[in-house]
Design a protein around this ligand. Structure first.
Ligand code: AHG
Ligand code: MN
Ligand code: MN
Length: 336
C-alpha cells in the first residue's frame, strides 16, 4: 500500500523549485519536524510525564513560563544545534540569539520560533502549537548578530507551524502555496493531507478577545460593532465568534474554513509601552506569510505585516489577518 507523500519527499521535490537551495534546506525542515514530533509526544502524554504546570521562571518578556515552554525551547535547540543547517536561533523563550556555528558558509539559515504558542492552554488540554520562520543568512555575514535577524517578513524563505490538536499537523509554506501534513503516529511520519490551501475572501466568523473591548481604538470598535449588528447592520449578514487563545489554532481554523483573527493594539497595551500583544518576528510574520500564500491578508491596521521593518527581536505588533475582503475593510477603517 502506498503511504502517500511524506514531508521529506515533499521538501526534496519542492527544493528543486527554490532558487539557490541546497540539501541544507531539506535538512533544516527535517530537523524542525523532529523537534515538533518530540514536542507532540510530550503534549500528548501530558500529566503522565510530568510536563504540565508552571516552570517557576519568567521569559525576557516578563511572562511566566510553563514547563512545556522551556522544554519545547530545549527540544528545538537540540534538534537544530549540531546539524549545521542553522547558523543561529532566536526564540520567544530566549533573551538573545543562540549561535550554533561560526561556519556560515555551510549553515545558510536563521531560524526564529515560538516553541510553544498558546501556553495558557497547556494545562487545560486545549490545542497549542509551535511557530517557525526561516530567513537566509545575509550575504557576506561572518559572525551572526541580532541585526541579521531584523529583516521584514517579506524576506522569509519558509514559514509554518505545527498544531498539537486532536491530530498533530504541520503546515508549511516555502513561498509557493500552503501545504498541510498530518502526523501518522504509527510510523512517525508527517504525510501530505492538503495542498494549495486557499482562504475564502469573505467570511462570517471573527476571532478577538472581547474582554479588551473597552481598550480598543476606533477602527476595531467600529468593525466589531458592525459584525455584532449582524444581518441588520452594514455587513448584511450574521457573524459567529471564536476565541481559542492559541494563535496557531485560530490561524489553522482560518486556513481551513476562513475567518478573521485580530489581536489589535489598544490603549491599555500602549500605556504599558507595547504596540500589540503578539510578537512580530516569530508569531505575526510567519503567520502572515502563510495567510498571504493562501490568498488572505495580514496587516497591522495601517500597514502590510510583511513590510514592517523590525527594530527589535522581541518587538510586538498589532495583528489583523484572515479572509481578504474583511482584512481590507478593517484596513480602510484604519485609513479613515
Ligand atoms: P504564547 O503562549 O506564545 O505567549 O502566545 C499566546 C498568544 C497567542 O497564541 C494568543 O492568540 C494570545 O496570546 C492569547 O492572548 P489572551 O490570553 O490575551 O487572549
Ligand atoms: Mn505565542
Ligand atoms: Mn510561546
Amino acid at each position: 500500500m502506498r503511504i502517500g507523500t511524506t514531508l521529506t519527499n515533499f521538501i526534496i521535490q519542492n527544493q528543486r523549485d527554490i532558487q539557490g537551495a541546497s540539501g541544507t534546506f531539506t535538512g533544516l525542515l527535517n530537523d524542525i519536524a523532529v523537534a515538533c514530533k518530540r514536542i507532540a509526544d510530550l503534549v500528548n502524554k501530558g500529566d503522565l510525564v510530568n510536563v504540565l504546570g508552571s516552570a517557576d521562571s519568567e521569559n525576557v518578556q516578563g511572562e511566566q513560563q510553563k514547563k512545556l515552554d522551556v522544554i519545547s525551547n530545549e527540544l528545538m535547540i537540540e534538534a537544530l544545534r549540531h546539524n549545521g543547517h542553522v547558523a543561529a536561533l532566536a526564540s520567544e523563550e530566549m533573551d538573545s540569539i543562540c549561535r550554533f556555528t561560526d561556519d556560515v558558509s555551510r549553515a545558510r539559515y536563521l531560524l526564529l520560533c515560538d516553541p510553544l504558542d498558546g501556553s495558557s492552554n497547556i494545562d487545560v488540554n486545549v490545542s497549542v502549537g509551535t511557530i517557525f520562520s526561516v530567513l537566509r543568512v545575509p550575504e557576506g555575514a561572518e559572525e551572526i548578530t541580532e541585526e541579521d535577524f531584523l529583516r521584514p517578513g517579506a524576506e522569509q524563505v519558509a514559514a509554518g507551524y505545527c498544531l498539537y490538536g486532536p491530530s498533530t499537523m504541520l503546515v508549511l509554506t516555502t513561498g509557493n502555496g500552503v501545504s498541510m501534513f498530518t502526523l501518522n503516529r504509527d510510523f512517525g511520519e508527517f504525510l501530505l493531507t492538503k495542498s494549495n490551501v486557499t482562504i475564502a475572501a469573505d467570511t462570517c466568523e471573527f476571532a478577538i478577545n472581547m474582554s479588551n473591548h473597552r481598550h480598543w481604538k476606533e477602527p476595531v470598535r467600529r468593525y466589531i460593532e458592525e459584525c455584532l449588528q449582524g444581518g441588520e447592520g452594514p455587513c448584511g449578514k450574521d457573524f459567529n465568534m471564536r476565541w481559542v487563545a492559541s494563535m496557531v489554532a485560530e490561524v489553522h481554523r482560518i486556513l481551513t474554513r476562513g475567518g478573521i483573527f485580530m489581536y489589535p493594539g489598544d490603549h491599555k497595551l500602549e500605556s504599558n509601552g507595547k504596540a500589540g500583544k503578539l510578537r512580530l518576528m516569530y508569531e505575526a510574520n510567519p503567520m502572515a506569510m502563510l495567510i498571504e500564500q493562501a490568498g488572505g491578508g495580514a496587516i497591522t491596521g495601517e500597514q502590510r505585516m510583511l513590510d514592517v521593518e523590525p527594530t527589535e527581536l522581541h518587538q510586538r505588533v498589532p495583528v489583523i489577518l484572515g479572509s481578504r475582503n474583511e482584512v481590507e475593510r478593517i484596513g480602510r477603517y484604519h485609513q479613515q
